[in-house]
Design a protein around this ligand. Structure first.
Ligand code: NAI
Ligand code: MG
Length: 341
């Protein structure tokens, strides 16, 4: 996070609608931050098929060098492919982008819930996602390791509370299942509460993940920040995205020390790819998060957010919101640009 140096951005469109929503987000970004230098690099399934790797070393190096990354989406085959791995999961881990921020805020569309304004902070580097899985008894028993460490819990908790203070949020709910998993989730709970003790100005409470899921459906407006390990965060943040109005509107930012990956929550959407109808809002709002949290330009971020809200409030929308009167990716992006003040 170097607000004084000229910002560099590694742009990775990836696959599918990544080729549509990322250029749209860049168009908007260049209007509010024309000094950002762009470095386009490759990753994803298409690149794997033509070049034999889903994440070239060259791309990782450029991402590291820039510090800031804008990533579209990567398709992953539904069957095992030798040598293929998810480039985004690998990139987050390699760059140690350890906290995934996924806000869900009410937007003026019929699919969004009034009053919702929550932020799910998901630990991004461990838990069941370390990939240590094996089978025993000739494939009749599947075993996966869940790893929680003090180091990873401390850093994600500290980042969460620093962010809460900075963005004027009031409450953090620590979500876990420490009653059933006292050694792993129990450690997450203990360490998170320990760090929380240093921030008396922020209210801290805790919920078991099943109870949290219940309340997120029943009364989503009661949540402010949710801090949780990787797997629960994956699931709960998709639930939160539904209250925000849908996947096409859900942005995210993976943050580490001196690294940030802006990435819409959605995937490559092969069912609509290439038609020019994808909703660019999630990608556009992800770049706003980059401006706010990494480049420390909250005013520029606010300009984008206001323009998106105004565009949606005026009734302009893409087909995922509702079909009647839907406009294309390009038209929607142009309307957002018109509304930048
Ligand atoms: P998806 O998010 O790509 O699509 C789910 C549904 O939402 C589809 O009907 C799609 O058309 C719609 N949708 C998503 N984003 C949209 C947008 N911006 N505008 C309009 N409609 C939108 O999830 P799905 O279908 O489960 O996965 C498709 C591929 O994407 C798979 O190969 C999967 O592995 C990959 N994926 C990649 C992610 C990433 O790179 N971060 C995240 C999720 C999935
Ligand atoms: Mg997910």
């Amino acid at each position: 996070m170097h607000p004084e140096t000229a910002p560099q951005l590694c742009v990775i469109e990836g696959d599918g609608i990544g080729h549509e929503v990322i250029p749209a987000a860049i168009t908007v970004l260049q209007r509010v931050a024309p000094d950002v230098t762009l470095h386009h690099r490759q990753a994803g399934w298409e690149h794997f098929q033509t070049h034999g790797t889903s994440l070239p070393t060259e791309t990782v190096q450029m991402a590291q060098q820039c510090g800031a990354v804008l990533f579209g989406a990567a398709s992953s085959p539904a069957y095992p492919v030798e040598g293929y791995f998810s480039p985004i999961v690998r990139l987050r881990r390699t760059l140690q982008a350890y906290a995934n921020l996924r806000p869900a805020t009410h937007l003026p569309v019929p699919t969004s819930r009034e009053g919702v304004d929550m932020l799910v902070v998901r630990e991004n580097t461990e838990d069941l996602y370390i990939g240590h899985e094996h089978t025993e008894d000739e494939g009749q028993v599947g075993i996966a390791e869940k790893v929680i460490t003090r180091t990873a819990t401390e850093r994600v908790t500290r980042l969460t509370y620093e962010l809460a203070v900075r963005s004027n949020r009031k409450k953090v709910t620590i979500v876990h299942k420490a009653n059933v998993l006292p050694q792993s989730d129990g450690l997450f709970r203990r360490v998170a509460l320990e760090v929380a003790g240093y921030y008396p100005e922020i209210t801290t409470d805790e919920l078991y993940v099943d109870t949290a899921a219940y309340w997120m459906v029943k009364e989503p407006t009661r949540f402010d920040i949710i801090l949780t390990p990787n797997l629960y965060g994956d699931i709960l943040s998709d639930m939160a995205a539904a209250w925000g109005g849908g996947l096409g509107l859900a942005p995210s930012l993976s943050l580490g020390d001196n690294i940030a990956i802006a990435e819409p929550v959605h995937g490559s959407a092969p069912d609509i790819a290439g038609q020019g109808i994808a909703n660019p809002t999630a990608a556009i709002m992800s770049t706003a998060m980059l401006l706010e949290h990494y480049w420390q330009r909250p005013e520029a971020a606010q300009r984008i957010t206001n323009a998106v809200r105004k565009t949606l409030a005026e009734g302009d929308h893409t087909v995922d919101i509702y079909t009647q009167g839907a406009i294309s990716t390009a038209k929607f992006t142009a309307r957002v640009c018109d509304n930048l003040h």
